[in-house]
Write a protein that binds this ligand. Sequence first.
Ligand SMILES: Nc1ncnc2c1ncn2[C@@H]1O[C@H](COP(=O)(O)OP(=O)(O)OP(=O)(O)O)[C@@H](O)[C@H]1O
Length: 425
Amino acid sequence: MEAWIVSLAGSNPVFSGGLALGLLGAVVYWLKDALPATAVFLSRYIVSTVTVDNRDEILFPTVVEYMHARDVLRRINQFTVRAVKESDAYQSLADDLRQGVRPRAFLSPAEGFHIFWLDGRLMWMKREVSVGQTIFEKITLSCFGRDKSVLEGFIHAAIEERVARELDKIAIYIPNPYTHGDWSRARLGNNRRLASIILKAGQTEQILADLGRFFADKARYDDLGIPWRRGYLLYGAPGTGKTSLVTALASEMRLNVCSLSLAASGITDDKIGSLLASVPPRSIILIEDVDAFFRQREQQSQQVKLSFSGFLNALDGVAAHEGSVVFMTTNHPETLDEALVRSGRIDFRMELGPCDRHQLAGMFRKFHDDPALAEAFAAALPEGALSPAAVQERLLKARSPAEAFVRFDLPVPAGLAGAAVTAAD
Ligand SMILES: Nc1ncnc2c1ncn2[C@@H]1O[C@H](COP(=O)(O)OP(=O)(O)OP(=O)(O)O)[C@@H](O)[C@H]1O
């Protein structure tokens, strides 16, 4: 048989040409399968790879931010840039800009393939982005060698840097601007010390103890079959510390803050349910100026797309399994609908009013730590007339204790009389 094939191939050029083509086809076919397999084999054995994607909302930004901080960007000339809001106040970008706070431009390697040297080692990364209903991003980081400690070292260094930055920060979430049905981590706010909020005697301790009890009581809620969530209403005139208190409580208790504006464009009856059911664990959901959105159960402006009943339903569906608290703030508690503040939705109310004597003295001591002088300052001013924000504003301008008295039109105490006083503006 073999001899017959050989003689046929020798004597018949058509047959020998066909045979050669057939053999070539077989080789190509084999190579088609073998090459990727070889590449996979080689990459398994001589390349180490780590992959992280944006479903991991802690590690993904951690790795991206670490690249910004390290030499990685030096040899890369294609970037993705993101603006990060820098101030810790819950206020609009316009207010930030007016106060001189600029957003920070934050660079990271763009979508695609990048090669770089890090700590004397050749590394490469692929960043993939796909846009569907949500944006999905993946980073694959590789280096030569089978020693996985190199990539582990990179990840751990990134985590350490993040930890160092976050220890004195709180995480602030806003509704994901693409889906509005889940939360995206907007930025880190500066930690605010609870001691810096001056309330009436006993108020800070009262609300802190209530929150502490709530978080310690999961088993009790479970036993009683009550959803593990709690609603707080802080009310009082503008500048009495409602927002600042929420930030300070979050800092003190290491809670996230999920800031929700009911007038945001994507907040509809459809979306708010999934939004409030998916708050990250141990979060404060902060809804400010809640009186501004509905009056007599009707939307107050065309911007509000949410219905009042949709809002109430969503409040009842706040993720209860992880322990979440809702804080609402208002300047006009008397205008709130009974259904919104009934127990079960609001379990704790606190009025933050204008300064009493205790607060006046406390505010003074934030700027000038002299107890006797602080008492004299507080005794000389009427109670209930000034908001803490107004007191803070004038104390901030005063460069000395004597000037502080002058700024409040008070006689300067005898011991301070000689001090230079400049109350120009
Ligand atoms: N009780 C307080 N103790 C210390 N600082 C305060 C207090 N109240 C207000 N401030 C200061 O005043 C400023 C405004 O406070 P904040 O925004 O918390 O008030 P608010 O009651 O939420 O006002 P609004 O009702 O206008 O939202 C902040 O800079 C804050 O530091």
